[in-house]
Design a protein around this ligand. Structure first.
Ligand code: C5P
Length: 228
């Protein structure tokens, strides 16, 4: 079988990463979570006082710091998971908090930030045999990806899933707050000037509102049979 690039884009909390990971595992491909890179950059901003008391980002300060932000992924054998590292520190758990989710779309609006992330993502994918999820993978990062998927689901169902996930991790959250965060991120992601969230014209839509992971895998296998 030839090695290809698979781009998985879509709205927040659609289960993109679960799905993309399952595809990567099935094919023996690498999985890259591009959102983790924007999240780690946001964490850097939070750790270095780049948001004021009202939560407003000092964009020039973050842009100036970009050369000092190094993001890598490393496999943790003990936990059997890929972990995100920010300048040699494992930040895998910290980047999943609501504090980061709350700010990340503002960081992802910045053109200079996107350029740095896209460059890194393209490097990671140049050998192919990769599944990457995000918002602009099929449109900007890998416009020539052999298989593009655009995921969507009912916002209320997405909020419930994210709520269950945060709850399971022991985070104290209010479901209305989770839903508001999802809607706000969708809004910012779709309306930003630089590479907004869009379905690539050649992407296949997957609405998984009422689908199990198994059903989604059957869907993907049918497509893969044709592509590979
Ligand atoms: O996928 P995840 O929810 O972790 O992404 C967090 C945020 O990072 C998104 O809401 C979006 O603002 C930004 N993002 C992006 N482009 C990507 C991946 C994520 O703008 N390729």
């Amino acid at each position: 079988n030839r090695k290809v690039v698979i781009a998985v884009d879509g709205y927040s909390s659609c289960g993109k990463s679960t799905f993309a990971k399952a595809i990567a595992k099935k094919l023996g491909y690498a999985y890259i979570d591009s959102g983790a890179m924007y999240r780690a950059t946001t964490l850097y901003g939070l750790q270095n006082g780049m948001f004021d008391a009202n939560g407003v980002l000092n964009a020039p300060k973050l842009i100036a710091a970009l050369p000092h932000i190094s993001i890598t992924f490393r496999f943790n054998g003990e936990k059997q998971r890929n972990e995100t590292f920010l300048n040699e520190a494992c930040v895998e758990d910290e980047i999943r908090t609501i504090a980061v989710a709350d700010k990340v779309s503002r960081v992802a609006e910045i053109g200079e930030v996107r350029e740095q992330m896209v460059r890194l993502q393209q490097q990671m994918g140049k050998e192919k045999g990769i599944v990457m999820d995000g918002r602009d993978i099929g449109t900007v990062v890998f416009p020539d990806a052999e298989f593009k998927i655009f995921m969507t689901a009912d916002p209320l169902i997405r909020a419930q899933r994210r709520y269950d996930e945060l709850k399971a991790k022991g985070e104290e959250v209010d479901i209305n707050e989770v839903e508001a965060n999802i809607r706000q991120r969708d809004h910012i992601d779709e309306n930003r000037e630089v590479s907004p969230l869009r379905k690539a014209s050649d992407a296949f839509i997957l609405d998984n509102s009422h689908m199990t992971v198994e059903e989604q895998m059957i869907w993907v296998e049918e497509h893969l049979n044709r592509i590979l």
